[in-house]
Design a protein around this ligand. Sequence first.
Ligand code: ADP
Length: 432
Amino acid sequence: SGSASGSTIKQVKLERESELRIEVDSETPLKLRLLNGSAEIFGSELAPEIWLTFPPRLKFAVFTWYGATLEMDGATETDYTADETPMVSYVNVHAVLEGRRNRAKASSSNDSEASQGPRVIVVGPTDSGKSTLSRMLLSWAAKQGWKPTCVDLDIGQGSITVPGCIAATPIEMPIDPVEGIPLEMPLVYFYGHTTPSNNVDLYKALVNELAQLLETQFARNAESRAAGMVINTMGWIEGTGYELLLHAIDTFKANVVLVLGQEKLFSMLKAVAKSKPNVDVVKLQKSGGVVSRNAKFRQKARGYKIREYFYGLANDLSPHSNIANFSDLLVYRIGGGPQAPRSALPIGADPVANPLRVTPVNIDRDLLHMVLAVSYAKEPDQILSSNVAGFIYVTDIDIQSATTLQQSRWLCSVVSGKTVVAMAEKTVLCCK
Ligand code: ADP
């Protein structure tokens, strides 16, 4: 362990069933390659001899089933080898899921029950390795030719798109160890906050929408139905967080619940599953390699994730700025908004905001530096049930000329390349 200095190349020999755990330096990237043997990063195999460049701050492990020699070039915060990992238990889960996929594929597609592959949901506290396990299960399945659906319900540290969203996307190839989950055709619903307690009803409503949409897709596509899905969840497992887990299990009709690193959660879910004979609840060990990230780190990570959306992981995208008239954009906010004043209500009644109400937002300086989602909705009342096309970042608002709508300008950065932003749709959701 310790820091490698400068750009000295270092060789690491890994014994079978061991891994090299790395935290890349906070400023400089790290290069790494497989010299000989075979190795994988979170379920995705490394090609021999090709240098991979890992961005600053990335935390990952290179695991080998049969032994490997690696070469590293660059500084790390830490790097050490570990021979105690839960990988054998993880790959055993994968084998069971493979069996279910094969059975689903072999059954007649008229039987919607039997032709449905495993619907796996991964639960556990923050930093228990949920995202990592989800990723491995998806990559191992993709390696064997399946196209499982990746669902990410973690609005705080989601792996698919910007924070504040729930999303799903098919995984057709093992997930790239550097690039992460591909962003080609994700189904994204915009929640607009990073904590679900902000608007629990909205969170649930969006989970319902996403599940319904996937259900329709599965009904039409036997291949993806048989491959099933892997659902990653939030680390909030107490109180309302726990209720939201149960809600997700029911809504997505999950039939395999993988519980990482928490005995209490496991026994609670096990008890719940007694009344659901087709739901298997499985306890899995947390990997000792999982790195705990404090609140500050998480917040920073969210910022980087938004940056990455617009500029690409290696600054390789150039978002183009676009100027739009105020009149060309309709901005709405879900929930919140002005409530009925107390004086307008019957005596004793509390002014309760309708959490699912869609309210128009005035374009003013308050929108500066906000990330707005561009909705596919054609009308405001479709916003809640519509997924989003992409995001815009408000870099400037020209209020001076706002008196005449024609001249008012709203400058936004819109990413091109990775995700198509449907500016023409005119409906923009608002993130607080
Ligand atoms: P969770 O989804 O439960 O919050 P993650 O799967 O995101 O946890 O893991 C937390 C961090 O630890 C991530 O940065 C991940 O890349 C890292 N990590 C997970 N497993 C390992 C490992 N075996 N070695 C090194 N880093 C790991």
